[in-house]
Ligand binder design. Sequence first.
Ligand SMILES: Cc1cc2nc3c(=O)[nH]c(=O)nc-3n(C[C@H](O)[C@H](O)[C@H](O)COP(=O)(O)OP(=O)(O)OC[C@H]3O[C@@H](n4cnc5c(N)ncnc54)[C@H](O)[C@@H]3O)c2cc1C
Length: 493
Amino acid sequence: MSFGRNIRGECERILGKEWVKDDPVTLYTYRCDGLTLYTAPPMGVLFPGTVEELVSVVKLLYQHKISFIARGAGTGLSGGAVPQEGSVIIEMARFKEVHEVDWINRTITVGPGVINLRITEHVHSKGYHYAPDPSSQKACTIGGNVAENSGGPHTLKYGVTVNHVLGLEMVLPDGEHVKLGGNHLGMPGPDLLGLVIGSEGTFGIITKIICRLTPNPEKAVTMLGIYKSVHEACESVSSITRHGIIPAAMEMLDKITISAVEKALKPGFPLDAEAVLIVELDGLTDGLDNDAEFVEKLLKKSGATKVNRARDEAERAKIWRARKEAFGAIGQISPSYYVQDGVIPRSKLPKVLDEIAEIGKKHGLTVANVFHAGDGNLHPLILYNYENPEEVEKSHLIGEEILSSCIRHGGTLSGEHGIGIEKAEWMADLYPRSSLDNMQNVRAFFNPENLLNPGKLFPQPGRCSESKSGTSPQNFPALDKSKMVAAKSGIAV
Ligand SMILES: Cc1cc2nc3c(=O)[nH]c(=O)nc-3n(C[C@H](O)[C@H](O)[C@H](O)COP(=O)(O)OP(=O)(O)OC[C@H]3O[C@@H](n4cnc5c(N)ncnc54)[C@H](O)[C@@H]3O)c2cc1C
């Protein structure tokens, strides 16, 4: 599928010829995001450079009832940026302006195409950073982060995207340009901003974001606990939490992941360890070394055979690079991987990790683990060969069984990668029909014709009541959609 001649001509008139693409290479490139198990080519790709251009193309597509979807860097891991129904992709990478830094109020206003790490780079020398740090932060955009409510290793202490965004502007699917939130925390009135953050690009196309800046900690101490068993590493996580300590980050890598990062990056992790646990403490210099000594004792008491402390910033950076580039390093040991994102109560970590190993063994595929242990947010990496259809099929089955296990143990579907296409059908396992209706009514308030990013987040009609894990959620009454639409006025810019 490609643009019809009329639509192409109109788009070229608005954007200029070079920013309208539907050649085979572009369609192939934009057929998937970071989750390569789901692919579908778009009708074409548009690259607006200003809000006015964006509004004009959105109005055009809306008028012709052509579905469309915003895209940032395409690093999403739940198929959120994969076009359904041959949607047009609106690539937001050209919105990469840093509009304003307000040092007194500690905010930065940026375009959605700004890469996450660039925000911190922009303010770091003045003593600030942008706290949510997805492992993909060298590539992903802040627009994608807002859409997915992204987290990262340091969200254990600092919170996720919704805790660091004060306001935004966006274009609704009919072309209306609206403003939500503002320059301050907790603006009066219903929290529409909170609704939009994490709505996975189904409510509007974000064009500007006001982010909070966080002062850099005076000092950080990064430790690497080394373990003979994953269970003992999990016990360390519980022990630290039990003692009321909140580290900035607690991240675990298992033996398979250690072997991959050692091949790719050589951080000096011991190849004979079954697991390593990265624990970072940060804050005021005074007292931090004492806290670190206490944590080191806890790690050893719960089974760490050794605890290495980063001696300087270079050693700290080496440890973090190994953690943040661990997914990529898996390329050293497998042609492809499929990463899951279930969340479980921390107390269930050993049990669920055992079950995951069993599930992999049963289907004959290896499952590696690298995850946000402090949050109970698992990232099992199912290793498969994309050229082997049987392995592709098995990786889907393993993913489903892992999710079932997470839900059975009181967990949830996603910690940070979102629902997208991948888990839309699973929402019926978490929420009763009436709650899903309520959520879709809210989506209909912003996106009444479902032209923006269709097929994402919610089960498709007719499949809503099927439970994939066998759990049965409790029912609540649905909202009356007609009453909600009346509330829409008053937010236009
Ligand atoms: C190696 C690797 C590590 C990762 N680590 C983490 C991690 O630690 N934590 C984490 O949370 N995620 C992580 N991710 C997932 C991913 O990077 C995040 O979900 C990220 O926020 C996606 O940003 P993006 O710019 O790539 O968005 P895309 O993939 O392009 O899009 C994602 C969704 O956002 C929507 N969207 C994009 N831009 C806009 C906009 N301007 N307006 C409205 N909607 C928009 C899209 O429609 C889509 O639904 C990782 C991914 C990879 C590949």
